[in-house]
Design a protein around this ligand. Structure first.
Ligand SMILES: N[C@@H](CCC(=O)N[C@@H](CS)C(=O)NCC(=O)O)C(=O)O
Length: 213
């Protein structure tokens, strides 16, 4: 099994944090997406969506999508459980991960890609084209993130992690949502409980951002 990744990228780091939480090591090949490596062979054929991370199994099967990769690894290496241990827990973890990913993580990814000149010509992940950056998408992403914070702040006043006492994949997604909010310099002062959660996530030994600094 081989993982194709590019460590500074947020989705790459999500998988790395998951691996560290589980204390597992996988052969990893760094593919420099900034130099267009993902559009060259063999990577273009391995993942025509031209994104990392992706996982190559022994039989040649390619699994893309951060959460799908983590789900596969969860079944192969169950402990510690990060996707829930029974039907109810798995549904709750999935519910929170989707809320965080769709209402916070992805809107902020699109805000960043539409804001910084670094992403000109590649506003949509895994593309190289002339699609314009849009200030409206920057603004909308931040608005969506704040609506999410309004909703999760009261929940986090009563819960250590998103699903209660147990750390899960949803918290990993949350950690990288906050990392994007830092890049966009979004003030979190009004969200005391979300800020407490964010600070605890940053302190986890598995936080791969600490290794980059
Ligand atoms: N939906 C994919 C998105 C993966 C993704 O956006 N990867 C980015 C890095 S964080 C990428 O490879 N971008 C390549 C590029 O835009 O050139 C997932 O969840 O894994």
């Amino acid at each position: 099994m081989k993982l194709y990744n590019f460590s500074p990228a947020p989705n790459a780091l999500r998988v790395e944090m998951f691996l560290k939480e589980k204390n597992i090591k996988i052969d990893t090949i760094q593919v420099n997406l900034r130099e267009g490596e993902l559009f060259k062979e063999p990577y273009n054929s391995m993942n025509p969506f031209n994104c990392i991370p992706f996982l190559e199994l022994e039989d040649g099967t390619i699994i893309t999508e951060t959460i799908s990769i983590c789900r596969y690894l969860e079944e192969k290496y169950p402990e510690p459980i990060l996707f829930g241990s029974n039907a109810k827990e798995r549904a709750i973890v999935d519910m929170w991960n989707r809320r965080i990913e769709m209402d916070g993580f992805l809107p902020l990814v699109h805000s960043i890609r539409n804001k910084t000149s670094f992403f000109q010509g590649r506003v949509i992940p895994g593309t190289r084209n002339e699609i314009n950056q849009s200030q409206e998408i920057v603004t909308r992403g931040i608005e969506m993130f704040k609506i999410l914070l309004d909703r999760i702040d009261p929940h986090l006043s009563k819960n250590k992690f998103l699903t209660g006492d147990k750390f899960s994949i949803a918290d990993i997604t949350g950690h990288f949502m906050f990392n994007s909010s830092k890049i966009l310099k979004i003030d979190l002062e009004d969200y005391k409980h979300a800020f407490r959660w964010k600070s605890e996530l940053e302190k986890r030994p598995s936080n791969p951002i600490n290794d980059l600094i």
